[in-house]
Design a protein around this ligand. Structure first.
Ligand code: URA
Length: 239
């Protein structure tokens, strides 16, 4: 890859800005100053320094976001819809990030955005049975019979038979409930449709975790950060 492209890909600046930087002598490859913006570099092997600081080439990016309501988790909506990736700084645009498991537009909580296609596949593939936990508020009082029905496997209105799921009822009084649902599939509107199959309606939904990875509760709606090395290990080990 050309050195100017590598630096632009890293978000150092626009192509013309990085060309100027290279010509000014700010960039070294394997300890040698390189002034030709077209000089080839091996992005995985060569040591590239910018003003004395070594750059590490990043192929993959993994972001944890607390998705706010009103934002799509990925593309596919009408052109005026805002997507989660649009909430990120422009430097991430070049990575073309997609969600590893979608959330509805009106849902909140843990959204993983990445350009690692294998990771996305392993997270959403039904065969991997990755557990997802959701906090829900419900119009109607959830009961032990609802919990038992979740545990036995809900049959949706269209006849789809779902795998056994968890329903931990936190509160059920005054015609309202709060609960934590655990599912290992990811069908369209799944949690809302499961609750609907029991004659009640989800009024609020927030994803708390995907596998062993929990949402960082310090992230407010719309806030994000990159996964730490430890978190990446955790999600990749499918703990
Ligand atoms: N289930 C739903 O119904 N909606 C979501 O956003 C996620 C799970």
């Amino acid at each position: 890859m050309r050195i100017d492209r590598l630096l632009a890909n890293q978000g150092i600046g626009s192509r013309s800005e990085v060309k100027a930087l290279i010509r000014s002598g700010a960039v070294k490859v394997n300890g040698e100053t390189v002034r030709d913006p077209g000089a080839p570099v091996d992005e995985l092997r060569d040591a590239v320094e910018l003003r004395g600081e070594t750059l590490t080439y990043r192929k993959y990016v993994y972001i944890m976001m607390n998705k706010p309501a009103g934002v799509l988790s990925g593309g596919g909506g009408v052109p005026t819809d805002k997507t989660a990736a649009m909430l990120l700084p422009a430097a991430y645009a070049k990575f073309d990030l997609s969600p590893a498991g979608r959330l509805d537009k009106d849902s909140e909580g843990l959204l993983l955005l990445t350009n690692d296609g294998d990771f996305v596949h392993d997270t959403i593939s039904p065969s991997k049975k990755v557990k997802k936990r959701y906090f829900i508020r419900v119009g109607g009082e959830l009961t032990d019979a609802d919990r038992e029905a979740f545990e036995a496997g809900i049959i949706l209105g269209d006849g789809t038979a779902l795998k056994p799921a968890g329903l931990e009822i936190l509160k059920a009084e005054g015609g309202l409930s709060e609960a934590v649902v655990t599912i290992s599939e990811g069908k369209y509107h799944q949690v809302k449709r499961m609750v609907l199959a029991r004659g009640k309606r989800v009024t609020y939904l927030k994803r708390l975790s995907i596998g062993a990875l929990s949402l960082d509760m310090r992230l407010g709606p719309g806030e994000f950060r990159e996964l730490t090395e430890e978190e990446l290990e955790i999600v990749k080990s499918r703990g």
